[in-house]
Design a protein around this ligand. Sequence first.
Ligand SMILES: *[C@@H]1O[C@H](CO)[C@@H](O)[C@H](O)[C@H]1NC(C)=O
Ligand SMILES: *[C@@H]1O[C@H](CO)[C@@H](O)[C@H](O)[C@H]1NC(C)=O
Ligand SMILES: *[C@@H]1O[C@H](CO)[C@@H](O)[C@H](O)[C@H]1NC(C)=O
Ligand SMILES: *[C@@H]1O[C@H](CO)[C@@H](O)[C@H](O)[C@H]1NC(C)=O
Ligand SMILES: *[C@@H]1O[C@H](CO)[C@@H](O)[C@H](O)[C@H]1NC(C)=O
Ligand SMILES: *[C@@H]1O[C@H](CO)[C@@H](O)[C@H](O)[C@H]1NC(C)=O
Ligand SMILES: *[C@@H]1O[C@H](CO)[C@@H](O)[C@H](O)[C@H]1NC(C)=O
Length: 405
Amino acid sequence: MKEMMYHVAVLFVLAVVGVNCEGNSTASTNVTNVNWKESNICRHCICKDEKINCFDQSISTFFTEEEWADVAEFKPKAIDFSENLIRNVTAFSTLPVQVLNLSRCAIEIIENASFKDLQSMNTLDLSHNKLTSAKLSPHAFEGRFSPEEYEPLAAMRTLSLAYNDLHSLNQDLFEHLPELTELDLSGNPLTTIDHVTVIAISSLPMLKVLRLRSCQLTEIPEKFLHTPRYLERLDISDNKLVAVPDELQETKNLIYLNLNQNPIVELDSSSEDRPGFPRLRKLQELHMCNMNSLVRIGAGALAGLENLERLHMSFNPKLGYIDPKALARPDDIGETYDWPLIKELYLQSNNLTEIDSRLLSRWDLLQKLDVTNNPFLCDCSTQWMVDMLVPIAEKRLVNSTEKMV
Ligand SMILES: *[C@@H]1O[C@H](CO)[C@@H](O)[C@H](O)[C@H]1NC(C)=O
Ligand SMILES: *[C@@H]1O[C@H](CO)[C@@H](O)[C@H](O)[C@H]1NC(C)=O
Ligand SMILES: *[C@@H]1O[C@H](CO)[C@@H](O)[C@H](O)[C@H]1NC(C)=O
Ligand SMILES: *[C@@H]1O[C@H](CO)[C@@H](O)[C@H](O)[C@H]1NC(C)=O
Ligand SMILES: *[C@@H]1O[C@H](CO)[C@@H](O)[C@H](O)[C@H]1NC(C)=O
Ligand SMILES: *[C@@H]1O[C@H](CO)[C@@H](O)[C@H](O)[C@H]1NC(C)=O
Ligand SMILES: *[C@@H]1O[C@H](CO)[C@@H](O)[C@H](O)[C@H]1NC(C)=O
């Protein structure tokens, strides 16, 4: 009994001290309200401008929920915890954080519902860690109870899991992230996208940006891109794709596609194994660069890209032939052709001996052009290049004709 009274007395004293320090009577009853400046976190990290910056501080043990609670008054909007040595992520306290960077730590385990009290978090960067398919559980992303959705982290939009050790995704991995619009899975050894991974991606109807660079992919399976019907940007560069994936026909809203560094040998609309592109009416920007195997672009291979504006087809050392009708699409009657109105054309450092004047219909609409570093031949058929293209190139890109051989 005596002991209890002693405790009450101590509490009372602390409360009075609180009043004196803060000079704010509304906080007078709150004894747990530690000044954030003296918190353990703000002593290890820089707490400034609504940001907690713990970048590269050799922190090896993650802060506890109580320690996070001590910085609540600071009201951080961003936490940069990248480049540290933590292996386990544990629960945060309630904080108004929008961007959380946990990149480049050595994270292996994310405990259940670690981010539950970060209800404003829209961006989570978990790239360059040691997450594995076995240990990364859907429960890691568990949020608070909601009557409409399944314990969502409702503000989450952008998630990076790039450069971890994921061979496959748990089919329910994103069940608590219903509004995810941007996902980066680059640099994971997916190799083949298996059935459960297809289900995981199919649970993201709002996805707009998907990055799968350097995932050792040999193909894009059927149904993979069926559900994310608003997909606008897709990066499947540096994989082992030998053809333009058929599944791209599902991506009706695609604006940007990066196919760089894939071992595609040729595009030929008349070939079954190596067809050109399906009809992607909204595609504006295509990248096919650094493709060491690419030799030839056949007639009509790019004809489905009727609104293409920017074509990047450079640094393909074997690319010696682009058909004059590569971009030409027969109109509905089949009598004349339509061409996309290209604004930027990059064909530098290929093995092209000429650029056919029929490749585009409106060279005058070009805003940027780079065709340097190709072994162009000088004969009658290429005279138009000297007459037409060189002046355009000179106008649009300073010094670009210097390296025209
Ligand atoms: C006390 O703190 C509250 C909340 O931080 C603030 O709105 C209020 O203006 C403060 N009052 C005084 C007298 O400093
Ligand atoms: C004390 O402060 C914390 C953090 O701001 C707050 O969550 C809690 O409700 C406060 N407690 C009281 C009794 O005011
Ligand atoms: C990390 O989590 C694992 C599994 O939950 C646990 O066994 C281990 O003790 C934790 N390590 C640290 C440093 O907290
Ligand atoms: C996270 O930090 C890394 C390394 O410091 C940085 O490269 C990356 O851009 C950051 N991510 C976000 C979302 O800001
Ligand atoms: C995480 O949650 C799941 C489902 O509620 C449970 O089966 C599992 O034991 C939990 N893991 C830990 C480490 O609490
Ligand atoms: C470039 O094309 C020429 C023929 O025009 C051919 O002899 C040469 O092997 C090609 N170079 C490469 C790297 O494919
Ligand atoms: C163009 O070339 C000239 C002469 O080689 C050089 O002095 C100038 O800096 C170059 N301009 C640009 C924009 O590269």
